[in-house]
Write a protein that binds this ligand. Structure first.
Ligand code: HEM
Length: 142
């Protein structure tokens, strides 16, 4: 093997190694517990919604299994995980539900409670909430 080829190969493996060692700490997806963590957050949030008289009426006609799957996909993709969200846009999905700022806050309250229970770090909680915040304009009624 030529010296340059050897050098290039060594560089390639070094880059690969450093990439692998940095990823788990830096990914929000990992901080949320990966696939299992996001499944637990989604299930926990569904339980919170179910018990929240302020917002549960919005979900009266919703296919909850479909909602669970899509919400988990969305949280996974948003946090940098390996999923692709396959649902509708936030605007399409929430039109006609008359969702207010108070409704949005109620759902976010539930999400924070669940993340606290699941011992997600405050930093990771804030990162996720910051990613969700801009969606408010598409979710709330106009
Ligand atoms: C952080 C904010 C929110 C996110 C990330 C979010 C995400 C989603 C997702 C991924 C879906 C499925 C989309 C689809 O069916 O294609 C959905 C549907 C739905 N969302 Fe939200 N949502 C949020 C806030 C809210 C709030 C505040 C309410 C009401 C209190 C709400 C009520 C609903 C309802 C009722 C559906 C089901 C619509 C249907 O049955 O077709 N969402 N949401």
């Amino acid at each position: 093997m030529q010296l340059t080829t050897l050098f290039a190969t060594a560089l390639f493996f070094l880059a690969l190694l450093s990439g692998c060692s940095q990823r788990p700490e830096s990914s929000l997806y990992q901080q949320l517990g990966g696939e299992d963590g996001i499944a637990s957050i989604t299930d926990g949030l569904l339980r919170e919604i179910e018990q929240d008289q302020r917002i549960v009426h919005h979900f009266a006609d919703t296919d909850i299994e479909r909602f669970r799957k899509l919400l988990a996909e969305q949280l996974c993709e948003l946090s940098g995980g390996p999923c692709r969200y396959s649902g509708g846009t936030m605007q399409q999905s929430h039109t006609g539900f008359n969702i207010s700022l108070a409704d949005y806050d109620a759902l976010v309250d539930g999400l924070i409670k669940v993340m606290q229970q699941q011992k997600i770090s405050i930093s990771a909680q804030n990162q996720l909430l910051a990613l969700l915040a801009p969606m408010y304009k598409d979710i709330s009624y106009r």
